[in-house]
Design a protein around this ligand. Structure first.
Ligand code: ATP
Ligand code: MG
Length: 576
C-alpha cells in the first residue's frame, strides 16, 4: 500500500460526538466514517482490519467443524411468526414491506431462517451434529446507538447455529464453540473472560458472554475474588446476610413532612437505608405491580423481566400515578396495599424493624415486619449485586468490573426446533426435535474492543494479528533520491515475501509522518532518515514500546522476519 494512493482521510481533531477511544481513533485515523446514527462506512484500512478479524474467526470456526454459509438479511414475516418473535422483537427489528405489501424484517439475528433451512433439508440422525455459521450484516434499531462500532444499528456479526440429536450433543457443541471463542479473542490480541449470562430475547437456559475488560465497556460483571464465579450483573447472584430484626413493637405512623427520598426519610427517622423498604410501582403488561427492595439497593430490570416473565413493563410514570390514585407517589408502602401483586427481594424475607411509606401523605411507618404487617406474593433475587457482596458459591467477596461483550453463546435447547418443527429421525425412525445452540461474535464491536485495549494518547497500537499492515516504511525527505530508492527496495522486498506494508511515500515533514504513523498504529516501522545517508542504517521501531534501534537494512529485515515468524508459530500453536 502506498500511502499517497490509499484513501486514509485522517482528522486532526477528534469528532465532537466521539466519547470513547476506539470511536475517536478509528474516525481520526481514517478507518471509518459515519453515514447516520449507528451506521458506518469502512474505509480501506478499516476493511483490512475487519478481514483479519474475520479471517481468524473463520479459521477457528472451520477448525471446530463449523461450515460457512450465507443467509439473507431480508427475512419474511411468516418465519418470525412461527417462533413468536415477530411480535416479541418489538421496535428493535427494522421492518419493511415489498411492493406486494408483504412484511419483511432485516435480520437482527438468524435463528428463524437457519431453523427453516435445517428442518427442510436435514432429516436423519446421520446428518447430525451440524454447525453452520456466517459472517454478515445484522440490523438492530437500537434505542441509543453510540460509541461508534460498539453499539451500531447496522453491524457485522459472526453467527453460528448448532443442531444436535440430544442434550448431551448440544453441550458438546457448546463446549467446542466456547473453546473456539477463547482462541479467537486471544488471537485478536484481547484479554477476555467468559461470564455467566442471561439469555434475553434469544432464549434458552445456559449462556455465557465473552467480555473484554475495558473502562469503556457497557456491561458490568461481578467476579468472585476466591472462586471462578463470574457473571453479568443482570444475572449475578449474591448471598444475603440475615435480614434486619425488630423488637416486636407495634407499627407506628410517623409524620415525615417534606422528606421524600430514602436518604432524607432515613435520616429523619434515624434509620440506615437498609432498614427502609423501597416500594417501586411498576406497570407490567398494563397492570400495577409493587416491587419491594431494601433502601440501599437498586432493582435490576433484567432480573425483574424474568420474574414477571415479560419484557413489557416499566416504572410508573406521571400518568400512571394519576390513573391509580390509591398509590400515593412518594409514600407508597406495602402495609395495607391491597389488591396488587407484591414482589420482593429475598433479602426482605423475615425482615423486621423496617420503615416504609404509609400510603398517606407525609407519613411513614416504623417497626414494620414482613409476614406480620404485610404479605409478599413472591420473593426473588431482583436487586443488583455490588462490590463487597458475598459470593453465592463460596466464602469469597464479589468485585465489579466493566467489560465489552464481544460474543455470546447460548444453549437453546428445543425452543426453536419445537416452535418451528425442526425434527429428525433417530436410529429407530422416531421423530425427535433437534437440540440447538447459537453463538454470536460482534465482529465490528470486536474491532473496537481491540482498539480499547490497544491504544495510547497518540493513537492505535494494533496487535500484529489484526493490523491492516504489519510494517510501516517511512522514508523522511522522500524527494532524496537515495532514500526513496532504499524505501522502494525495502517495500518491494517485504511485499514479495508476503508481508503487508504501508509505504509513506508522501512528501510530508518528519513530524507529520511520525504523528500519522502513531495514529494509524502499524506494529512495526522502518524509518529511513539521516542515518541512512551517514552509514546506510535504518531505524526499526516498535509502536507499542516506542523503542527503536539503528541497524543495517539487512539486519532489520532479519529481525522483522524473526518477529513475524515467532508470531506465526504462536498462531499455529493456538490452532492446534
Ligand atoms: P447487547 O447486550 O450489547 O445489546 P446482545 O446481547 O443483544 O448485545 P447478541 O444477540 O448476543 O447481542 O449478539 C451477539 C453479539 O453481537 C454480541 O455479543 C455483540 O458483540 C454483538 N452486537 C450486538 N448488538 C450490537 C450492536 N448494536 N452493535 C454492534 N455489535 C453488536
Ligand atoms: Mg448478547
Amino acid at each position: 500500500m502506498r500511502q499517497s494512493r490509499t484513501f486514509i482521510p485522517t482528522l486532526r481533531e477528534s469528532p465532537a460526538d466521539a466519547e470513547i477511544a476506539s470511536h475517536r481513533l478509528l474516525l481520526r485515523a481514517g478507518y471509518l466514517r459515519r453515514v447516520a446514527s449507528g451506521i458506518y462506512e469502512f474505509l480501506p484500512l478499516g476493511v483490512r482490519v475487519l478481514r483479519k478479524i474475520s479471517g481468524i474467526i473463520r479459521e477457528e470456526m472451520n477448525a471446530a467443524g463449523a461450515q460457512e454459509i450465507m443467509l439473507p438479511v431480508l427475512q419474511p414475516r411468516e418465519l418470525w411468526e412461527e417462533s413468536g418473535r415477530w411480535a416479541k422483537y418489538g421496535p428493535e427489528m427494522m421492518r419493511l414491506k415489498d411492493r406486494a405489501e408483504r412484511d419483511f424484517g432485516l435480520g437482527p439475528t438468524h435463528e428463524e431462517v437457519i431453523t427453516d433451512l435445517v428442518r427442510s433439508n436435514v432429516s436423519s440422525y446421520r446428518e447430525l451434529p451440524m454447525n453452520l455459521y456466517q459472517i454478515g450484516s445484522k440490523f438492530r434499531d437500537e434505542i441509543r446507538p453510540r460509541f461508534g462500532l460498539m453499539r451500531a444499528r447496522e453491524f457485522i456479526m459472526k453467527d453460528a447455529y448448532s443442531f444436535d440429536r440430544d442434550e448431551e450433543g448440544m453441550r458438546e457443541s457448546y463446549r467446542g464453540m466456547y473453546e473456539a471463542y477463547g482462541r479467537i479473542f486471544s488471537r485478536c490480541g484481547c484479554t477476555w473472560r467468559a461470564v455467566e449470562a442471561a439469555t434475553g430475547l434469544i432464549g434458552g437456559d445456559v449462556s455465557h458472554e465473552f467480555m473484554v475488560p475495558a473502562a469503556a465497556g457497557e456491561d458490568c460483571i461481578a467476579l468472585c475474588d476466591r472462586c471462578s464465579y463470574a457473571a453479568n450483573l443482570d444475572l449475578a447472584a449474591y448471598r444475603r446476610g440475615e435480614p434486619p430484626q425488630g423488637e416486636g413493637k407495634d407499627v407506628e405512623a410517623v409524620r415525615t413532612p417534606d422528606r421524600r427520598t430514602i436518604g432524607e426519610v432515613g435520616e429523619f427517622l434515624g434509620l440506615q437505608p437498609e432498614r427502609m423498604i423501597k416500594c417501586l410501582m411498576y406497570l407490567v403488561e398494563g397492570r400495577p405491580v409493587a416491587v419491594l427492595i431494601p433502601g440501599d439497593r437498586e432493582a435490576n430490570e433484567a432480573k425483574l423481566a424474568r420474574v414477571f416473565a415479560s419484557d413489557e413493563f416499566r416504572l410508573f410514570r406521571e400518568e400512571d400515578w394519576k390513573k391509580y390514585p390509591t398509590y400515593l407517589q412518594g409514600f407508597v408502602g406495602p402495609v395495607g396495599l391491597d389488591g396488587v401483586e407484591v414482589v420482593a427481594d429475598i433479602s426482605l424475607q423475615g425482615a423486621g424493624g423496617m420503615a416504609c411509606g404509609a400510603n398517606r401523605e407525609d407519613y411513614h411507618l416504623v417497626n414494620v415486619e414482613e409476614g406480620r404487617d404485610f404479605c409478599v406474593g413472591r420473593f426473588a433475587d431482583i436487586t443488583n449485586a455490588r462490590e463487597g457482596d458475598a459470593c453465592p458459591r463460596c466464602e469469597g467477596r464479589l468485585r465489579m468490573e466493566t467489560g465489552i461483550e464481544v460474543g455470546q453463546v447460548f444453549q437453546l435447547g428445543l425452543k426453536y426446533s419445537q416452535a418451528m418443527r425442526c425434527y429428525y429421525h433417530d436410529e429407530e425412525g422416531v421423530s425427535r426435535p433437534m437440540y440447538m445452540g447459537c453463538y454470536g461474535i460482534g465482529v465490528t464491536r470486536l474491532m473496537a474492543a481491540v482498539v480499547e485495549q490497544h491504544h495510547d494518547e497518540r493513537g492505535i497500537i494494533w496487535p500484529l494479528s489484526v493490523a491492516p499492515a504489519q510494517l510501516h516504511v517511512i522514508p523522511l525527505d522522500f524527494q532524496k533520491e537515495n532514500r526513496r530508492r532504499a524505501a522502494e527496495e525495502l517495500y518491494e522486498t517485504f511485499v514479495q515475501r508476503g508481508w503487508e506494508v504501508l509505504l509513506d511515500d508522501r512528501e510530508e515533514s518528519a513530524g507529520v509522518k511520525f504523528a500519522d504513523a502513531d495514529l494509524l498504529g502499524m506494529p512495526f516501522r522502518l524509518v529511513i532518515g539521516r542515518g541512512y545517508d551517514e552509514d546506510g542504517t535504518v531505524e526499526l521501531q516498535e509502536r507499542a514500546t516506542g523503542q527503536g534501534a539503528r541497524m543495517d537494512a539487512e539486519d532489520a529485515l532479519a529481525r522483522l522476519e524473526e518477529s513475524f515468524r515467532s508470531f506465526r508459530n504462536l498462531a499455529a500453536r493456538d490452532d492446534a
